[in-house]
Design a protein around this ligand. Structure first.
Ligand code: GAR
Length: 190
C-alpha cells in the first residue's frame, strides 16, 4: 500500500474544514496524515479541535517577528522538522509569501467560499449576498502569491438562499467539507 502523504493544515478560525479533513484522513478517505496544525491565532477554536484529535499545534504570532519572511521561516523550520509534504490552507487568513511558496512549489492548496475569480478576499459570502447574485459557490485552488488566485482544481456552485448570509454560509460550508475532501482524495491518490 502506498504511504500516506504528510500534510500540515493552516487555519485561523473555527476550523470546521480542519475537522472535516481530520475525519476524512482518520477514516482513510483521504490517503494523508495531518501531522501538524499551523495557526497565526493561538486562541482560535481550531487549536482546541487539533488538541482533541491529538494533532500537534504550531502557533506563531506574526507580530512577534520583524518581517513576514522571518515569520514564515519559523513556520518552515517546523514543517521541515515534521517532514511535511503538502500545505493545506483551511481558513488561513494570510497571504503566503515566497518563503513557503519556494519551499513547496505547487504543493500549497487553498479553499475559498466563492466561485473565483468572483469575490476574493475576506467575507466572500457576505460580498456575494450584498452583490445580489443568485449563485455563488466554493473553489479549491493551488496557491500563488496573489489573494485567492492560482490555478483552479475544483469548483462547485451553491445557490444563495433567500438573500440570507447565514443560511447561505451553512450551505457553503457543507459543500466546502465535501469538495475539499474529494479534491484532496483525488490529488493524493495519483
Ligand atoms: C471557510 O469558509 C474558508 O473557505 C474561508 O474561511 C472559512 C473558514 O471556516 N477561507 C477564506 O475566505 C480564504 N480566503 P472554518 O474555520 O470553519 O474552516
Amino acid at each position: 500500500m502506498a504511504k500516506n502523504v504528510r500534510i500540515a493544515v493552516f487555519a485561523s478560525g473555527s476550523g470546521s474544514n480542519f475537522a472535516a479533513l481530520e475525519k476524512a484522513c482518520y477514516v482513510g478517505t483521504i490517503p494523508a496524515d495531518i501531522v501538524l496544525l499551523v495557526t497565526d491565532k493561538p486562541d482560535a477554536f481550531v487549536t482546541e479541535r487539533a488538541k482533541q484529535a491529538g494533532i500537534p499545534v504550531a502557533a506563531f504570532r506574526p507580530r512577534d517577528f520583524e518581517t513576514k519572511q522571518a515569520y514564515e521561516q519559523a513556520i518552515l523550520a517546523v514543517l521541515q522538522e515534521a517532514q511535511v509534504e503538502w500545505l493545506i490552507l483551511a481558513g488561513y487568513m494570510r497571504l503566503i509569501s515566497h518563503v513557503l511558496l519556494d519551499a513547496y512549489p505547487e504543493r500549497i492548496i487553498n479553499i475559498h467560499p466563492s466561485l473565483l475569480p468572483s469575490f476574493p478576499g475576506k467575507d466572500a459570502i457576505g460580498q456575494a449576498v450584498k452583490a445580489g447574485v443568485k449563485v455563488t459557490g466554493v473553489t479549491v485552488h493551488l496557491v500563488d502569491e496573489g489573494m485567492d488566485t492560482g490555478p483552479i482544481l475544483a469548483q462547485q456552485a451553491v445557490n444563495v438562499i433567500d438573500n440570507d448570509e447565514q443560511q447561505t454560509a451553512k450551505a457553503i460550508h457543507e459543500v466546502e467539507h465535501e469538495l475539499y475532501t474529494a479534491t484532496l482524495k483525488k490529488l493524493f491518490e495519483k
